[in-house]
Design a protein. Structure first.
Length: 71
């Protein structure tokens, strides 16, 4: 029974890692939009939406990698 649980954990970890990469790429693409570039030019920082995608992507990727490496 534990063998199946380990496989499920690894699948969830893989999915989280892929989703994390996807959100990071999506945030990067969003940062290139006209509205986001205008906000960057005025305030000097990314928009909250872009930062949310970056943070969610990073956290998801790290948790996914942890689950993949966990025995």
């Amino acid at each position: 029974m534990e063998k199946g649980l380990g496989a499920t954990t690894k699948i969830i970890g893989l999915v989280l890692a892929v989703v994390g990469i996807g959100f990071a790429v999506w945030g990067y693409q969003l940062s290139g939009s006209v509205g986001s570039q205008l906000t960057q030019a005025i305030t000097g920082s990314d928009t909250d939406r872009v930062m949310t995608y970056y943070i969610f992507g990073a956290v998801s990727f790290v948790v996914g990698m942890y689950l993949l490496r966990k025995n």
